[in-house]
Write a protein that binds this ligand. Structure first.
Ligand code: HH2
Length: 349
């Protein structure tokens, strides 16, 4: 059971309809952005109390509801008026998504620079595959893989380091990385929380059941996956805050494909606005993942680009602030067109 209260934004609106509904008080802006919500579901101690228009929400729920309309502080000082694109640079021999294409540092650096030229806002550099069943590697090996790549790419862009190991986090931050992206939400390595508390680095906290990709799929069991993931992330934010990592430095991620079935992944994307209630930016990493292959019948991860774009746009339409993707140029183009269509006008400038 997920304890406490949650307000889940529903009835999402964009463009001129959102504008009118906001002006007439029939809607509130989701995290202060361009998407508005006109209905909410009230949830208390895991119990669904029902769905209704925002105007009919009882007084004692107003604070919680209005908190969702507040704009979080810009994560890592980055733009917050549009979804950001995080390009994935896996310096691994065994990633599910690109099968070791960027294992050579020079190739990884070139790939990162190409992603920047294509419009990436952040580069996420990782040295350990976390695909289901992947074997862990030690921090020394991970550091040796990523350091030349982080050092070079950090000269050109904000770099996040995708790691569960505190030693790797520290080495990458020293080499110029600005953001820590931990798929274990700072649970795998006990030193990670202290390190983040001491540094000023922003951190992405991701949900996965347990803290080990080798066994996570055997834990894919939830009564209400969206609520349980939101509850888990809320507890992790509380732990971080208690140790001195302010909410403004935290972004949250539902962990698509990490200990989740197809049904779980789809429910998490559909109910992504529930995470807005946590007051942090929301990151979504659906790119090339197995559920896209299952839905489309496409076995080869590199051939899942159209499905990945569809998932990224579904996330953006539900308030995701950062989209973690392998195919940057394609995603940036799709997002640009989707935003103009949703707004009903061409971008300014
Ligand atoms: N997914 C992967 C790795 N890191 N980090 C966040 N925040 N969110 C994600 O969804 C996420 C992540 C897995 O994808 P990939 O890096 O392409 O594969 P691999 O772990 O096999 O290297």
């Amino acid at each position: 059971m997920t304890a406490g209260r949650f307000v889940e934004p529903l009835g999402l609106l964009t463009g001129p309809v959102a504008f009118h509904a906001l002006r007439e008080g029939f809607a509130l802006p989701l995290q202060g952005g361009d998407i508005a919500f006109s209905f909410v579901r009230l949830i208390e101690d895991g119990e669904d109390l029902g769905v209704g228009p925002i105007k009919e929400v009882p007084e004692d729920w107003h604070d919680a509801m209005h908190a969702i309309a507040q704009r979080p502080v810009p994560f890592a000082g980055l733009a917050s008026d549009r979804p950001l694109v995080m390009g994935v640079v896996n310096v691994t021999p065994d990633s599910f998504s690109d099968g070791g294409r960027h294992f050579d540092p020079a190739v990884a650096i070139a790939a990162g620079n190409a992603m920047l030229a294509a419009g990436a806002d952040i580069l996420d550099v990782g040295g350990e595959s976390t695909r289901p069943g992947a074997a862990a590697i030690d921090a020394a090996e991970e550091i040796a893989r990523i350091l030349p790549v982080v050092r070079e790419l950090a000269k050109a862009a904000p770099v996040s380091v995708d790691t569960r190991n505190a030693a790797t986090m520290q080495a990458a931050l020293d080499a110029g990385a600005e953001i820590v992206n931990d798929v274990s939400a700072l649970r795998h390595d006990p030193a990670a929380l202290t390190l983040l508390a001491k540094s000023q680095a922003p951190v992405v906290l991701m949900h996965m059941p347990g803290d080990d990709p080798a066994t996570m799929q055997s834990r894919a069991s939830y009564d209400d996956v969206a609520l349980e993931v939101a509850g888990f992330l809320r507890d992790r934010i509380a732990t971080c805050e208690a140790l001195g990592i302010p909410r403004g430095r935290i972004a949250v991620d539902p962990g698509i494909g990490f200990g989740k079935t197809l049904a779980h992944n789809l429910a998490l994307i559909d109910r992504l606005p529930l995470l807005a209630a946590l007051g942090c930016r929301v990151v979504l990493g659906a790119s090339r993942k197995r559920f896209i292959g299952t839905l489309s019948g496409v076995e080869e991860a590199g051939q899942r680009v159209p499905g990945s774009i569809a998932a990224a746009l579904a996330g953006a339409a539900r308030g995701a602030s950062v989209l973690r993707v392998h195919d940057v140029a394609e995603t940036v183009q799709a997002l640009t067109v989707w935003r103009a269509c949703a707004a009903g006008r061409a971008p300014e400038g």
